[in-house]
Design a protein around this ligand. Structure first.
Ligand code: 4NP
Length: 151
């Protein structure tokens, strides 16, 4: 099994979408995808309704996901830890115990050499257009991750 974790701040907007999108592209027998937030603000909650709606519009159901906080055991459990922005990166790296942990953490948009901006903007204070933009960025990155993992 290859284990992949998506991480943002709240685990209600960006990482649940990244989780649902990548999970929909990979065979379940070989890949386990999960998500977490570095903050504890929304533990136990469903994803933001705007993330649920944009995922649904694209044929993905993320409504059964529940928010959890990133923890140290995630460094042991996961092979790849994709973060959405530089701030998430720093929050996760701060918890790393060794170089092995650090090596697992990547900005998700780094998988795409063709784009310059490497952060997924936080849509929490935004509108539907911002959520659609996040969906497109994450769908594109997930296509690249899928190609890389399956080749
Ligand atoms: P996310 O967005 O990190 O993409 O889940 C946020 C969700 C909630 C908050 C901030 C960002 N918050 O401050 O509650």
């Amino acid at each position: 099994m290859t284990n992949i974790l998506m991480v943002c701040l709240g685990n209600i907007c960006r990482s649940p979408l990244a989780h649902g999108i990548l999970e929909s592209k990979l065979p379940k027998e070989k890949f386990y995808v999960d998500s977490a937030g570095t903050a504890n603000y929304h533990i136990g909650e469903k994803p933001d309704h705007r993330s649920i709606e944009v995922a649904k519009k694209h044929g993905i159901d993320i409504s059964t996901q529940r928010c959890r906080q990133f923890n140290l055991e995630d460094f042991d459990k996961f092979d790849y830890i994709y973060v959405m922005d530089q701030s998430n990166f720093e929050n996760v790296i701060k918890l790393a115990r060794n170089t092995n942990d650090i090596a697992k953490v990547k900005l998700i948009l780094e998988v795409d050499d063709s784009i310059k901006v490497k952060h997924v903007p936080d849509p929490y204070h935004g509108d539907r257009t911002d959520f659609e933009n996040v969906y497109q960025l994450l769908n594109n990155a997930s296509n690249i991750i899928t190609t890389n993992l399956l080749s």
